[in-house]
Design a protein around this ligand. Structure first.
Ligand SMILES: Cc1ncc(COP(=O)(O)O)c(C=O)c1O
Length: 386
């Protein structure tokens, strides 16, 4: 039986041609030609002035925080529901992550929880565009601007998504993207930092190249910094994917619509939300089961796995992870973040790779329905026993 993987890219002859060209020609005087083309095209697509290609989105968040001057003694607010990469760089720079709750519909950072978490030490917020959705950027920006808090928009999962006609990733002091192999646009591994701020752009360029000025040929380092660069082969792959971005996004949306169609008969499911004025690119099609069914994500994943279907757990609240056991902020978050703790145990990501077909989606949905129906029947028959 062929297994259905959780995620994966869509690679065509175009990508193969660009990478072949890069490995053949992108050396000597042409060594940076694909970086320049990828970065310019990316900035134009997102609608910002600057884009810097990087080895990962994690490094883009790290450079964002460093360029904003964030360090020990500062607090940075992150949503409790996200991949740890959104928060880990806060610790890299010696600052403290503060875990705010998420909105029950969008599953992105709740503006009211963000506001409630502010202290005089808050220097930045990292709203995360979860699973391809976009946070309510009017509300988040309102709170941030009123309190002089910088925004690093984590659009790792949301290339092509929009809020009121503007692209995800363009709402902050910086925006960051991931091109990991599971993402809608992939370079295998890779990332991008975008910004409209010239000062951040200049600072990030120095920090990502061992503390030397761009164009320095004397190997003269003004400070100890980092080596965060993408290879030209990755940049070539990224450029080819970017030139196909609308096709990739349209396929993601189509996959979601197939799931919607095949799961329409189930009324005890919450799926990815798309608010009016938002374009969700549905990086991961996700279902949250009604807790009253008593089926936790681990059980559903195990049963789907038995049927050859790979699923992923909805993110665990960061504040629940052993990584943050020592943290007083995590203890407070565990008491405060009701929505995160209500959603997470019952959330499952369904296969969302760009190679999904309607018949595979139907197979996944039939399996899920069978698991849910069996649960309902087992419970019903148990309840009949006197
Ligand atoms: C929300 C979020 N932020 C950051 C990252 C980090 O991306 P990368 O793996 O490219 O460092 C990811 C990766 O999956 C992510 O999902």
């Amino acid at each position: 039986m062929e297994r259905i993987p959780i995620s994966g890219p869509w690679i065509t002859e175009k990508e193969i041609a660009y990478v072949t060209d890069a490995v053949t020609n992108a050396w000597y005087a042409n060594a940076n030609s694909y970086h320049a083309r990828f970065e310019q095209a990316f900035a134009a697509y997102i609608g910002v002035h600057h884009a810097i290609s990087l080895p990962s989105c994690t490094s883009a968040i790290h450079l964002s925080l460093l360029s904003l001057g964030i360090g020990p003694g500062d607090e940075v607010i992150v949503p409790d529901i996200t991949w740890i990469a959104s928060a880990a760089p806060v610790s890299y720079v010696g600052a403290t992550p503060v875990f705010a709750d998420v909105d029950r519909e969008t599953w992105c950072l709740s503006a009211s929880s963000f506001e409630a978490c502010l202290t005089p030490r808050t220097k930045a917020v990292i709203p995360v565009d979860l699973y391809g959705n976009v946070s309510d950027m009017d509300a988040i920006r309102g709170v941030a601007l009123a309190n002089r808090v910088a925004i690093v928009e984590d659009a790792a999962q949301a290339i092509g998504s929009e809020f009121k006609g503007r692209k995800a990733g363009s709402f902050g002091d910086t925006g960051v993207f991931s091109f990991h192999g599971s993402k809608t646009l992939t370079t295998g591994e890779g990332g991008m930092l975008v910004t409209d701020r010239d000062d951040i752009f200049r600072r990030a360029l120095v920090l990502r190249d061992h503390g030397r000025q761009p164009g320095d040929t004397m190997f003269f380092n003004a400070e100890v910094a980092y080596k965060y660069k993408m290879s030209s082969l990755q940049a070539a792959l990224g450029l080819a994917q970017l030139e196909r971005i609308e096709e990739l996004v349209a396929r993601k949306r189509e996959i979601f619509s197939w799931y919607q169609q095949h799961l329409a008969s189930l009324d005890r499911l919450q799926m990815n939300h798309e608010a009016t004025g938002t374009r969700n690119t549905f990086w991961m099609v996700t279902v949250i089961l009604d807790p009253r069914m008593g089926l936790r994500k681990e059980t559903v994943m195990a049963q789907m796995n038995e049927r050859g279907i790979q699923c992923r757990p909805f993110f665990h609240p960061l504040s629940s992870l052993p990584a943050y056991n020592h943290s007083e902020q995590a203890r407070m978050a565990r008491e405060r973040n009701r929505t995160s703790y209500r959603l997470s145990p019952y959330g499952v990501n369904l296969p969302s790779g760009l190679n999904m077909t309607q018949s595979k989606v139907k197979f996944v949905c039939d399996a899920l329905k069978e698991i849910l129906n069996r649960r309902v029947l087992t419970r019903a028959s148990r309840e009949e026993v006197p």
